[in-house]
Design a binder for this molecule. Structure first.
Ligand code: ADP
Ligand code: MG
Length: 373
């Protein structure tokens, strides 16, 4: 038989395209949770509670006490190419359409929309691969509103009902409920072997934000468990937060560092373990412009810095809070925004590591001094 006839090219159904795109951004429950925590923090919350069932696959619920979502006013960015194309509409109906956000105040903000990762895609993405329920109340509203979403649109709570948001009782703030994540991507769903593995990744994400967000109380609980896995009061200092989440052994041995450079457009501060402490695997809690990110370059440089201070096979713990002028940061290297690029990366990393090194040397020499006298 000869070569078969080429198949006709057809456009994919938009819902399929959206589902594929969402599946690239949200690979595991932890990625959905990270976006939801960031939204809660952006909303000025001082309390964020997380409830998880089946590693987040059955249920991911996050309750905050932030400013809520204004049901009567929201900007929709209908066309990323044309910043003048704003439409005003009610918030809740469009909340889960792509590129809708309340985080653009003026046109100029558009230059930093990508940089900050405010792209109005999180809720949209989640609604394409899960059942999403939003309950929200602003300070000015006499009641809370509840809405259900599927495939970026409002859907009825039960078939046959109407899809309009319903008035309900509720406290100020927002509760986002994500159920049956990946229900419509069976291959992805089957790839998850263990709920406890996914729960561990969720605790890692909550733990990172719980260390970083001073002034915010965090809790994380597994459905059916009486106790909480993470509980950090809002008044806790960063060292206390590290103590709660990573233990006293780490918290008792951290040194503070801080450095900045206006020409390089950055400031960095953080806490890193001294030469008295080491672990088997390096732990780095890295925040760039208040988003938890990964950086192989930073990890490698920090490990290199410690190699002179720690015994072979020993590794550090470090929390690094890096703020870089937004226009110098590119978060769009990957759809998940997990790795970022920024200008003068080598110089900035070197300055941060030099600062950590000088702190380590100070502690080390004071110890030597103590043992000598
Ligand atoms: P983005 O965060 O990039 O704006 P999202 O899809 O994550 O996009 O959220 C869309 C919009 O929904 C936000 O801009 C915000 O107005 C609103 N929103 C989402 N979560 C919350 C929350 N927890 N509290 C208040 N508003 C929220
Ligand atoms: Mg968001």
């Amino acid at each position: 038989a000869g070569p078969s006839k080429p198949k006709r090219i057809k456009a994919l159904d938009p819902d399929v395209v959206n589902k594929i795109a969402a599946g690239e951004i949200i690979v595991a429950p932890m990625h959905a949770l990270k976006e939801l925590i960031e939204n809660a923090v952006d909303a000025g919350s001082t309390s964020i509670e997380v409830l998880i069932k089946d590693g987040g696959l059955k249920l991911l619920q996050i309750t905050d006490n932030g400013h809520g979502i204004d049901v009567s006013r929201h900007l929709i960015l209908t066309d990323m190419e044309d910043p003048t194309d704003f439409l005003k509409r009610d918030d809740l109906p469009i909340l889960c359409e792509r590129f809708t956000t309340s985080k653009l105040k003026e046109f100029e903000d558009l230059s930093s929309i990508g940089t900050y990762g405010f792209r109005g895609e999180a809720l949209a993405s989640i609604s394409h691969i899960a059942h999403l329920t939003v309950t929200t109340k602003t300070a000015g509203s006499s009641c809370a509103w509840r809405a259900h979403y599927g495939d970026g649109k409002l859907v009825p709570a039960k078939p046959g009902q109407n899809a309009a948001p319903k008035a309900t009782a509720g406290r100020g703030g927002t509760q986002i409920t994500v159920e049956d994540l990946f229900y419509n991507i069976p291959t992805r769903r089957r790839a998850f072997r263990s709920a406890s593995e996914e729960y561990a990744k969720i605790l890692d994400v909550v733990g990172r934000y719980a260390v970083h967000c001073s002034g915010v109380a965090f809790s994380c609980r597994k459905h059916g468990d009486s106790g909480v896995s993470i509980s950090t009061p809002s008044a806790a200092s960063i060292v206390d937060r590290i103590r709660q989440i990573h233990g006293s052994a780490v918290a008792n041995e951290v040194v503070e560092f801080e450095t900045s450079d206006s020409k390089l457009g950055f400031r960095a501060s953080g806490l890193a373990t001294n030469a008295n402490y080491h672990v088997k695997k390096t732990v780095i809690l890295l925040f760039i412009n208040h988003r938890a990110v990964e950086s192989t370059a930073i990890k490698r440089a920090v490990e290199q810095t410690y190699s002179a201070f720690l015994p072979k096979g020993g590794h550090p713990f470090a929390y690094i809070d890096l703020e870089i002028e937004p226009h110098r940061v590119d978060v769009n290297v990957h759809p998940t925004k997990r790795e970022v690029n920024f200008l003068n990366e080598d110089e900035i990393i070197e300055m941060v590591c030099n600062e950590i090194r000088s702190k380590l040397a100070q502690v080390d020499s004071s110890r030597t001094f103590l043992t000598q006298t």
